[in-house]
Design a protein around this ligand. Structure first.
Ligand code: C5P
Length: 202
């Protein structure tokens, strides 16, 4: 089959990951969560490594670490993500993944705008900050974290601001992206909306 790339972007905790996984399964495509690349670099930075060197030396083993999901690593990821050498080091891997035979779904912040501007289908998944923070709070509590809704909302807003205001590859919808606001949708509704949007481009 021809390569077919689905680019999925949006702010933290809007439902991108869940939706991308389901869309990839539906179409039988491979899925890459590009946030994990930045999280892996962020985790090395927290250990004292230079972010650009960490990004250049990144291996598959680094992104399989299950300790990449926490809020400290998320903040560190968004800090190393402003460094242009970090973004450059991760570019080729993402682009080759996108063009693999059989189709690919990539989710992140700059997939439709910078990594895969030629993607056949682009989705921008968003939701109100309060809704995203509430969802992330429930996940964190379920996984045993001690935090408050206020703290999670502050974290989400801080990361949004850093991702939207950086000079290189800021978070924004591509001009040809189909925007899906999941604030008032169930997970099932959001997945259906995303699949329908992709189908309209196939
Ligand atoms: O998606 P996730 O929350 O795992 O991403 C962690 C951080 O990595 C984001 O806040 C963002 O700063 C950065 N990132 C990025 N470009 C991507 C994916 C993630 O800058 N394509």
């Amino acid at each position: 089959t021809e390569p077919f790339t689905i680019a999925v972007d949006g702010p933290a905790a809007a439902g991108k990951g869940t939706i991308s996984k389901a869309v990839a399964e539906h179409f039988g495509f491979a899925h890459l969560d590009t946030g994990l690349l930045y999280r892996a670099v962020g985790a090395k930075y927290l250990l004292g490594m230079d972010p650009a060197a960490a990004a250049r030396a990144l291996t598959a083993g680094d992104i399989e670490g299950s300790n990449l999901r926490g809020p400290e690593v998320a903040q560190a990821a968004s800090k190393v993500a402003v460094v242009s050498e970090v973004r450059a080091a991760l570019l080729d891997f993402q682009r080759s993944f996108a063009r693999r035979a059989g189709g690919a779904v990539l989710d992140g912040r700059d997939i439709g705008t910078v990594i895969c501007p030629q993607a056949e289908a682009k989705l921008f998944i968003t939701a109100r900050a309060e809704v995203r923070a509430q969802r992330r709070f429930s996940e964190l509590v379920a996984s045993g974290s001690m935090t408050s809704p206020e703290q999670v909302l502050a974290d989400v807003r801080e990361r949004d601001a850093r991702d939207q205001n950086r000079a290189e590859s800021p978070l924004k919808p591509a001009p040809d992206a189909m925007v899906i606001d999941t604030s008032d949708m169930s997970i099932k509704e959001a997945i259906h909306a995303a699949i329908a949007a992709v189908r309209s481009r196939r």
